[in-house]
Design a protein around this ligand. Structure first.
Ligand SMILES: Cc1cc2nc3c(=O)[nH]c(=O)nc-3n(C[C@H](O)[C@H](O)[C@H](O)COP(=O)(O)OP(=O)(O)OC[C@H]3O[C@@H](n4cnc5c(N)ncnc54)[C@H](O)[C@@H]3O)c2cc1C
Length: 410
């Protein structure tokens, strides 16, 4: 048997959360190993695929500190204004709306729209240059844990010994399952449609969250089309749109022109002519929460620990908050010459992160319940509620700061 590679932290999964954790640990001088079941594709930027993340201010700070933000190959689009309104297909959004302006809360934007492929490219470019980080991909591992640490046996026979194993393999985390950690789940019975479109008039960095009877519909501003080179129309936005399974199947199968008409029936005319770009994606919508985030010598981060309705675009941002907390605790322990997988550290991580994620799962769930129906009285109540929040400055600012992730980042 060959000697094991000794490291402090072994991260399973190099998705956006796992890879950012490796970069954040490297920035604090903590040696780690990261592996992913998929190859981590080379640096060139493939064609625009239609997916983008809303990255909150606190997440942007984390990515900047980890040296990832400056490597994004396309320009992130700042979100300066968010308009929330109730609506119906084919009707203009209710005038009783809620208008958030970033300038009213902080000097910086609410967040940025970042193409999913750009974040992936920046992380994949960053990983091999991180000091103290070893990358294995495509690779899987068996993990055995004991009192002093975790031993990973890779598919090629390589053995790795770490004080802490981190599960960042997404929703179906094998590390979580092997540890016997249960999950609470809720199936919304709906499909999330995700994609992008070019449009004639500028979005003025405004995002629109529209509550339609079938579920929420969001338009999110993207950088101008010159960076995509895919349409004669100059501007671009992303959409996240929830529908029942049957309607979603029909929308996915539509020709571009018919799909553009459906988009415009929801958005109204404020963006002018519309042309879909990139692919259309669909995801079944479920919420999931792990009953524990830690077990001896292991911790869960990102979608391995929690998943939520995309109504508020917070899934990845909550994962980045896990990264910030774990990197800080592990970094401090390492700097003090302590044990980065000690039970007290893991308890502190769970105590900090689990209630925060639960709050966001609950909030997105409540929003979905409140806005996901078309009962007349409830519609009036939410229209009045939206208008009331718009007029109560401190409440509105509290909502906005929560969305920016600022309550956690300070
Ligand atoms: C419709 C929709 C829209 C969304 N929009 C937003 C948004 O606007 N903003 C936002 O913040 N979030 C959004 N989210 C949520 C976001 O996509 C997820 O929270 C995020 O992708 C989670 O990242 P992750 O790294 O934890 O997991 P994943 O992205 O699932 O990555 C897991 C990684 O682990 C690897 N892996 C899997 N199994 C193994 C194994 N056995 N061994 C090793 N590696 C393994 C995979 O190859 C992958 O690279 C949205 C989600 C949906 C469904």
């Amino acid at each position: 048997m060959t000697d094991a590679i000794e490291t402090e932290v072994a991260i399973l999964g190099a998705g956006p959360v796992g890879a950012t954790l490796a970069a954040a640990l490297a920035a604090r001088g903590v040696p780690c190993v990261i592996l992913d079941a998929q190859p981590l594709p080379p640096m060139e930027l493939q064609g625009f695929d239609g997916r983008a993340y809303a990255i909150a201010l606190a997440s942007q700070r984390l990515l900047a500190e980890a040296g990832v933000w400056e490597r994004l190959p396309t320009t992130p689009c700042p979100i300066q204004e968010i308009k929330v309104a109730d609506g119906r297909v084919g009707e203009a959004p209710s005038a009783l709306d809620l208008d958030f302006r970033a300038a009213e809360v902080a000097e910086e934007p609410f967040g940025w729209m970042v193409e999913a492929r750009a974040l992936r490219v920046a992380l994949n470019a960053r990983l091999p240059e991180l000091p103290g980080v070893r990358v294995f991909a495509p690779m899987t591992a068996e993990v055995a844990r004991d009192e002093a640490g975790a031993t990973l046996t890779l598919r090629d026979g390589t053995r790795i010994r770490a004080r802490l194993a981190v599960g960042a393999e997404g929703r179906n985390s094998p590390l979580r399952q092997a540890a016997g950690i249960g999950t609470a789940r809720h199936d919304y019975g709906q499909i999330g449609l995700v994609g992008a479109f070019a449009h004639e008039r500028p979005h003025r960095n405004r995002a629109l969250e529209l509550f339609l009877p079938a579920g929420p519909f969001a338009q999110l501003p993207l950088t101008d089309i010159a960076e995509f080179g895919e349409s004669r129309l100059p501007h671009a936005s992303a959409f996240v749109w929830t529908e029942s399974r049957g309607v979603a199947q029909r929308l996915l199968a539509m020709e571009h022109a018919a799909f553009a008409r459906e988009l415009r029936r929801r958005l109204g005319d404020w963006l002018g002519e519309i042309e879909p770009i990139g692919r259309r994606w669909s995801y079944p919508l479920t919420a999931m929460h792990a009953t524990r985030y830690v077990a001896p010598r292991m911790a869960l981060v990102g979608d391995a620990a929690h998943g939520m309705h995309p109504i508020a675009g917070q899934g990845l941002n909550i994962g980045f908050r896990d990264v910030a907390a774990l990197a800080r605790l592990v970094g401090e322990a390492h700097a003090a010459g302590g044990d980065v997988g000690a039970p007290a550290l893991l308890r502190a991580y769970q105590a900090e992160r689990r209630p925060d994620a639960l709050l966001m799962i609950g909030a997105t769930h409540a929003l979905e319940r409140l806005f996901g129906n078309d009962i007349g009285l409830l519609r009036l109540a939410r229209r009045l509620g939206i208008a009331a929040v718009d007029r109560i400055g401190p409440l509105k600012r509290a909502f906005a700061r929560q969305a920016m992730g600022l309550h956690a980042a300070g």
